[in-house]
Design a binder for this molecule. Sequence first.
Ligand code: CA2
Length: 146
Amino acid sequence: MPTMIMVLNGPNLNLLGSREPETYGTLTLPEIGSMSKDHAAKLGFDIDFRQSNHEGTLVDWIQEGGDSAHGIILNAGAYTHTSIAIRDAIAAIKTPVIEVHLSNVFAREAFRHHSCISEVSEGVICGFGATGYVLAIDAIASMLRA
Ligand code: CA2
C-alpha cells in the first residue's frame, strides 16, 4: 500500500496568490498542491491535498486521516489560534500531524503567537512560505523511516 500523506488547509487559504502576496507569497493553493505532490512522488508518497473554510470539515478530515493517512500536514489557518475542536481531533488520532504556516506567525500580531494545536502536533514549520509544505513532507518521511 503506498504511503499516503494528507495535506489539509484551513480558512481563506483558497485565496492564496490573489491577495497579500507580501505575507503569503505569490503561489496559488493548487500550485502548492502540485509542488507537494511532485516532491512527495520523488519519495514514493501519495498526497491527498484539501482545503476547507469550515472547522467541522477539518475535524472530519483529521479523523479520516487518523484511519487512512500515514501523516497529516495541517495549515489550519486562523483556526490554529482558536480551535479546541481541531486540537481535540489531533489529540484523538495516532497519525503524526505537522503544523505548517506560510508566514512567520511569531513576527506578526500577538494573537497569532498562540497555537491551540502545537502542543498536540509533532512539530511546527513556519515562515518559509510554500517551501514549508516540502519541509513538512521531508519531516514526515524521516519520521516514518525512524
Ligand atoms: O501563515 C499561515 O499560513 C497562516 O496559517 C495563514 C492564516 C493566518 O490566519 C494564520 O495566522 C497564519 C490566514 C490564511 C489567509 O490566507 C489568505 C491568503 C490570501 C489573501 C488573504 C488571506
